[in-house]
Write a protein that binds this ligand. Structure first.
Ligand code: PXG
Length: 460
């Protein structure tokens, strides 16, 4: 069988061809070509191997997505069986198929009862593209067509396509031509960086009240929805203060603005709850999902709708003018079904909540609680961020925190662990099947990388 990773070509050979053909994500391509990317060839459990035979503990579950880890034969078997049975069909032409139906039955058995419908996509970005049109359509159907504006947050991330990047608040993405009309932004609830003299609770309320101010500025009659990640992922794994979400929920209800939770990272057990909004205790109208839905084995995302929205769209909406060739793709659906069954039947989400999640948080506190480089540890479940601080007492951050974090990530690779850096934060989000021993290894290798960084920064 011609499996590309088993061809054993030389690393330099792969790198030269890669440089000749690819524009990679979020890097200076010329610099990457000079350095040469690592070539990953195999994965098993939490571990990856590159073309030089070096092994890495993947502390980021790929890109926050491989909930079950690599090499799960039940998922590959589900894909193969579905390919043999019905490799492709669609949900156009008045048709449907068993794989997508069984997936949805299981998905809604895991979700709170007030959600009823889903529109499948291939990715999280697409889920948020669909979100904008669906939310606007909903307001048209219920007689308020002028409600069109979506409010997002600075430093939020909702994907890389045009509308998704506009909803997000990464200015450098907007500058690359990523803006659309009828989108506004409010500040992020990042207390460590922006809280000043306020307590976290005061700051959380202050950030939420910005939403009210923005709604009043734009006119509540024009605002369709507020989109946010329950906790920011790509922006730095930032938890809002506890006062934030209840206040946001109150404001959205008061002004009849839909709460759109982007669960692309938070969904499917990451926090120890099935969905992150359950951890933070609020009730969104829509959920954008992707990543952990299939454990990343195949691309699949979706937009989950509350029963209230779905009832309006189905009963009064007429033709819903939207459709993707691969919505509800049978093979992706079969893999998602096997993945959700495993997460449920092997008690993996429960294990994150009751055992491995608290264990990771405990050992992080033990190792980094008094570390001279670390000002704050945030996290829950199998999710954590370490905030670099130059002066812990005043929450002063390093001037070149981004460079330090990048360096720390490189040290991690050298030590055989993959952790993510964003501004001055080091992030980990290992596969949900991680054992205590694997979490020990993750934290120990991260400690070595952080210590090496602290030496450069003059903190050790
Ligand atoms: N919403 C959220 C909250 C995300 O984190 C998307 C939407 C877009 O999903 P797709 O499937 O279109 O990529 C994301 C994606 C990182 C990183 O390094 C995060 C994402 C993607 C790539 C890298 O943190 N999140």
């Amino acid at each position: 069988m011609n499996v590309p990773a088993q061809l054993n070509r030389l690393t330099e050979d792969y790198q030269a061809s890669d440089a000749a053909h690819h524009i990679h994500a979020f890097v200076d391509q010329k610099a990457l070509n000079a350095e040469g990317p690592r070539v990953m060839v195999r994965g098993e459990g939490l571990y990856l191997w590159d073309s030089e035979g070096k092994r890495y503990l993947d502390g980021m579950s790929g890109l926050w997505c491989t909930q079950l880890g690599y090499g799960r034969r039940d998922l590959t078997a589900a894909a193969a069986a579905q390919m043999d049975q019905l490799a492709y069909y669609n949900m156009f032409f008045h048709t449907t198929h068993p794989a997508v139906i069984e997936l949805s039955e299981l998905l809604f058995s895991l979700l709170p009862a007030h959600y009823s419908h889903v529109i499948y996509t291939n990715s999280g970005s697409e889920a948020n593209e669909v979100l904008i049109r669906t939310v606007r359509r909903y307001w048209q159907v219920v007689g308020q067509p002028q409600k069109k504006i979506m409010i997002g947050r600075w430093n939020g991330y909702h994907g890389s396509t045009l509308a998704a990047s506009a909803l997000g608040g990464m200015k450098f993405m907007h500058e690359m031509g990523g803006l659309i009309p009828d989108v506004a932004h409010i500040d992020e609830p990042y207390w460590y960086a922006h809280g000043g003299e306020l307590t976290p609770a005061e700051f959380g309320r202050r950030c939420a009240l910005q939403l009210e101010e923005k709604i009043l500025e734009l006119g509540a009659e024009n605002v369709a929805g507020f989109i946010a990640e329950p906790f920011q992922g790509a922006g730095g794994m930032i938890f809002p203060p506890q006062s934030y979400w209840p206040e946001i929920q109150r404001i959205c209800r008061q002004y009849d603005v839909l709460v759109c939770a982007d669960e692309v990272i938070g969904g499917f057990g990451r926090t120890g709850e099935w969905f992150a909004h359950q951890h933070f205790g609020f009730e969104p109208d829509t959920l954008s999902i992707a990543k952990g839905l299939t454990s990343g084995y195949l691309p699949m995302g979706g937009l989950v709708l509350s029963k209230r929205m779905a009832d309006a769209l189905v009963e009064r909406g007429g033709v819903f003018a939207h459709g993707l060739t691969y919505s509800g793709h049978p093979v992706a659906a079969a893999v998602a079904l096997a993945n959700l069954k495993a997460l449920r039947d092997e008690g993996i989400v429960r294990q994150v909540k009751d055992d491995t999640g608290p264990y990771l948080q405990k050992i992080l506190q033990e190792v980094f609680g008094n570390h001279p480089m670390i000002g704050e540890i945030q996290g829950t479940g199998l999710l954590a961020a370490l905030q670099f601080a130059e002066d812990k007492a005043t929450r002063k951050r390093f001037e070149h925190e981004n460079d330090l974090a990048w360096q720390c990530r490189t040290f991690g690779f050298e030590e055989g662990v993959i952790i993510r850096s964003t501004l001055g934060r080091m992030i980990m989000a290992p596969a949900l099947v991680a054992t205590r021993a694997e979490l020990d290894e993750l934290v120990e290798k991260t400690r070595i990388a952080v210590d090496r960084t602290a030496r450069i920064a003059g903190k050790l």
